[in-house]
Write a protein that binds this ligand. Sequence first.
Ligand code: DAH
Length: 370
Amino acid sequence: MSGPNTNYDPVQVTPLNADEVERMVAEALAAIQAAGDTAALKAARLDHAGERSPLALANREIGALPPQARKEAGQRVGQARGQVNKAIAAREVELKAVELEQRLASETVDMTVPVDVHPVGALHPVTALMDMMVDVFVSMGWELAEGPELETEWFNFDALNLHPDHPARALADTLWIDPVEDGKLLRTSTSPVQVHTMLERREPPIYIVSPGKVYRADEYDATHLPVFHQIEGLCVDKGITMAHLRGTLDHFARAMFGDVRTRMRPHYFPFTEPSAEVDLECFVCHGESVGNPDRPCRTCKSEGWIEWGGCGVVNPRVLRAAGIDPEVYSGFAFGMGVDRTVMFRNSATDLRDFVEGDIRFSRSLLGGAR
Ligand code: DAH
């Protein structure tokens, strides 16, 4: 019968010898230190502190040692494992801090960067231009006047000297409101505002401008819209003549287009007498393109002049219909198409762009004026 193997030399059990354990620890510590992120650290933990790690395997060998050797080997391996676990925990704290730091940096929101979360729209070029036009007159002491878009036949036609049998009345492609017998319609021009204003004010002097929507049963195409805009002007005072009209339109033209002249061509409107069409000297070529094929002008189509609107001395019949004595007062009136003006002023070629609601159109004209 053999006694206990007192001669057993623990050095013989390789994984448990001090140098070997030290080497395992050094290897584990190096791997832990080398782990650059928590994923790498997880792998290092599995390799060096997991169930199949060299130290865990060494731990299992302890049972095979003679009892007197177990204590020392147990202490050595236990300490080694403790050291490795501590290093893992410390590295984990470090790496988590670094990773948190990186995440915060990558998710940083610069609160000072201007953002268009709710983009502010631009004023429609027609609205912006109407505002500019009104400003020209308001700065001369004129007032802004408004009138209804749903009109009566009397304001839209009769009071403006277009009697039922008047040929000009047939010219207007009027949008009537059902039933037609009621004589209600969508105004075909801003001219009825003249009559509303004169009836409301009763006594001149009257100096008003009135921009707004007008309606005609026109085709919807590049040069026609069934809804478009005009600006109306009316002045009624003592001693007003065509010369005042001329001076006012010249000032208006210069305020809008710079150094340009206007010219008048005789025309017919039932509500003015005499009447004229007013043309604007081309503000781009100033007439230089006329008869000069080398220098064509898109704005005036090389005509030198641009048709701008209608005007004239207020017909005494209109004054009378509005309760103003034409023996005492006289006046002038004018009306321009605003959409047309935007077209030639900003080289817009298709009126349909005006109503299709693409904000890029509004932004591109008038510098996105707000
Ligand atoms: N009402 C005219 C139109 O729609 C424009 C116009 C012409 C207005 C002469 C006026 C004027 O006040 O005097 O074509």
